[in-house]
Design a protein around this ligand. Structure first.
Ligand code: ATP
Length: 327
């Protein structure tokens, strides 16, 4: 069986790390892929006036899965609609520390399960007057239930004992009140062990004692911020993959953005993108192959070469070749 994969490199280092992930997938001989490339981001916006052309939307909608690199200034016009195109309600962001790296917190093994469709990301903002603006935060029982069910299932299937529901229901009593109440109900229905945590206090505890946590189920913006915080604990954005999962389709992307400060230099760390490709393999049912890719990345993180973000002086090409060598 051949799997059709939409490949959307986008802008900046997306153009550099996405081909690395494709090469890694091509090296997995037990799985057949057909890669179809689509355009999105600042460059295509400048050319055509559209950051996410219809042809690219169609590509992602029709593919078995999508690999997305990054978008620059147009990120909100690209990734938010793309996540809708693949109908992804769950954003899965693992943050794992590797023994070989001098991580701030070497005992980190966290997975953020971030609600991916609502909250402030609905983009409902208004300018009331020149000096007063508002943002409407949308939380529904349906989306809260979907993400909680996904989170508890993920924890069970992946062997995580600790599940934490993040919220700020003491301030956002209606919206996060509903999120918390719904997620707790799911935990109760399943007879699962779980904790709840105010997201601000949780940020502090994650920095000090990440080993006390496993799966963290979060509303949209909290999941974005807490997972970036966790990236800092394990060695930086160059290491964090993510999956946007829907009932039928999924999109895989690094947590990092287009990194304009290092784009074009050939020194971006491809690990986050390659680990995103490993999540794609898991998603398609190739868990063993996904594990092989993760093991190859881990070996290279241990033995080098390393890109400058990890204290080395290797290029994206060098690291990719080393991972391919391990495979
Ligand atoms: P976005 O708003 O799109 O998430 P951002 O403003 O958070 O983007 P990033 O593009 O993620 O910015 O980059 C943040 C910092 O992390 C930059 O200094 C960038 O160079 C660094 N960085 C991000 N990804 C990588 C990578 N793959 N390799 C090396 N450094 C990276």
């Amino acid at each position: 069986m051949t799997h059709e994969i939409a490949v959307i490199p986008g802008d900046g280092i997306g153009q550099e790390v996405t081909p690395a992930a494709v090469e890694v997938l091509e090296a997995i001989e037990s799985v057949d892929f057909d890669f179809v490339e689509g355009e999105a981001g600042d460059a295509v916006q400048a050319e055509t006036g559209e950051a996410l052309p219809q042809a690219t939307r169609d590509l992602a909608a029709d593919a078995d899965a999508t690999l997305f690199g990054a978008a620059g200034e147009t990120a909100a016009d690209v990734i938010l609609p793309l996540r809708q195109v693949v109908d992804s309600f769950a954003n899965v962001r693992p943050a794992v520390s590797y023994p070989a790296l001098d991580a701030v917190q070497p005992d980190t093994d966290l997975v953020f399960i971030r609600e991916n469709t609502e909250g402030v990301y609905k983009g409902i903002e208004s300018e009331i007057t020149d000096s007063v603006t508002t943002c409407t935060r949308v939380i529904t029982e349906e989306a809260s239930r979907d993400i909680a069910e996904f989170g508890f299932t993920y924890a069970r299937q992946n062997g995580y004992d600790d599940v934490t529901i993040a919220h700020k229901a003491n301030v956002m009593r209606q919206t996060d009140g509903l999120f918390l109440e719904t997620a707790e109900a799911v935990g109760e229905e399943r007879g699962a062990d779980y904790d709840t945590a105010l997201m601000d206090a949780l940020a502090m505890h994650l920095v000090m004692h990440p080993e006390d946590y496993g799966v963290v189920i979060c509303p949209n913006l909290a999941g974005d911020m807490l997972s970036d915080l966790a990236a800092g604990l394990v060695g930086g954005l160059g290491l964090l993959p993510s999956a946007n999962v829907g009932p039928e389709n999924a999109l895989f992307e690094p947590v990092h953005g287009s990194a304009p400060d290092i784009a074009g230099q050939g020194v971006a760390n491809p690990s986050a993108m390659i680990l995103s490709a490993a999540m794609l393999l898991d998603h398609l049912g190739y868990d063993e192959e996904g594990d092989r890719v993760r093991a190859a990345v881990e070996t290279v993180l241990e033995s080098g070469p390393r890109t400058p973000d990890l204290g080395g002086d290797a290029s994206t090409r060098d690291v990719t070749d080393a991972v391919l060598g391990e495979l």
